[in-house]
Design a protein around this ligand. Structure first.
Ligand code: DGJ
Length: 335
């Protein structure tokens, strides 16, 4: 990693240290500090629940426009209560080898981690763009670890079943089958590709959904026999209107239900038409509380992604669909 970026990132992190978030509360859009007082740096993230602990993985962003590229890797935090997060360091580090697919200066976005019962290993997928190629490569990266905190070892990158792959999530169904869900075909169409039982490859079963609807920022959950997918439109880092899809099977047919977001963020006046200035990244089922799901979003600041914020809100299920209402502060129930 470039020392200048490191120094600037450290300076910004120290400057941002100070007033800690109120304990036991999530405050969407506010600065969110870890338990050592530094602002959490885990963007476009996802959360894994593993043996009583939540693990939050996200893009580590350095200061300024340099933060649009990966100069550090994937950061991981752990928590028992979803409010207080311990910094567990860098789970996947970029490589100093310029020949590596994950060389310093590549683009790593939207990392997600699942546990594979067959191999006993933790598997990370992420959107990878090769250094110096902008967003042309459109690949998925795969990394593996023996422990949730890592270190994750990069395995390879590829185009799933030969298709372009950008914004993405992972989903493990009740039957243990895992799926990689991603924006494909120049972001026009979402693909849902089944993974092999070691979660490291593709079975070849692939479904197209939201065809030609230009959906990004896919996040998936299941409740009451329905699969739900929320996503955004494609407007780069600028916010747009979220969209909700629903299906009885991952194979479809998928039905588009419109915008699941409601309410306005008072500090900015941004309402549901612009997703309060945010973009979805993950739907997190709360362990031991069936049917409770938390929706994770990012408020992006591409001029300085260290300043990008997090919006976590509870999902309200109602009459076979879901809603996400703005809240200034709320307390998740974890037991
Ligand atoms: C929107 C995507 O959702 C983000 O993950 C990122 O790829 C930006 N586009 C880049 O402009």
């Amino acid at each position: 990693m470039n020392l200048k970026h490191l120094a600037l990132g450290v300076a910004a992190a120290l400057a941002a240290t100070g007033a800690a978030a109120q304990p036991d509360e999530i405050r969407p859009g506010a600065l969110w500090h870890d338990t050592s007082g530094h602002v959490i740096n885990a963007h476009g993230g996802g959360v894994l629940f593993d043996r009583g602990v939540y693990w939050w993985y996200g893009e580590h962003k350095v200061y300024g426009r340099a933060g649009n590229k990966a100069h550090v890797g994937v950061h991981v935090y752990s928590s028992a209560d979803l409010v207080n997060w311990d910094d567990r360091g860098i789970a996947l580090a970029v490589s100093e080898d310029p020949q590596s697919d994950i060389a310093d200066g590549c683009i790593i976005e939207r990392p997600k981690v699942i546990f594979c019962p067959k191999t006993g290993r933790y598997v990370m997928f992420f959107h990878l763009e090769l250094k110096g190629q902008g967003y042309k490569a459109a690949r998925a990266g795969i990394a593996v670890a023996e422990r949730p905190e890592g270190p994750f070892a990069f395995q390879r990158s590829l185009r799933p079943n030969g298709a372009m792959s950008r914004d993405m999530t992972l989903f493990v169904d009740d039957d243990g089958k895992a799926y990689h869900i991603f924006a494909s075909e120049e972001n026009r169409t979402t693909h849902i590709d089944e993974l092999t039982d070691d979660f490291l490859d593709y079975t070849g079963r692939s479904v197209r959904m939201a065809v030609d609807e230009s959906t990004e920022a896919q996040a998936v959950c299941k409740r009451g026999g329905w699969y739900f997918l929320i996503g955004s439109g494609c407007t780069g880092w600028r916010p747009n209107t979220a969209r909700l899809y629903r299906a009885k099977s991952l194979q479809g047919p998928w039905e588009r239900l419109g915008n699941p977001c409601r309410g306005t963020r008072p500090e900015t006046g941004l309402g549901p038409d612009l997703t309060w200035g945010a973009q979805s990244t993950f739907l997190l089922p709360v362990a031991g509380r069936p049917g409770e799901v938390i929706a994770l979003f990012d408020i992006w600041n591409p001029a300085n992604h260290e300043e990008s914020r997090y919006v976590w809100l509870p999902v309200m299920f109602e009459a076979d669909r879901l809603w996400i209402d703005w809240k200034t502060a709320w307390r998740p129930q974890v037991r």
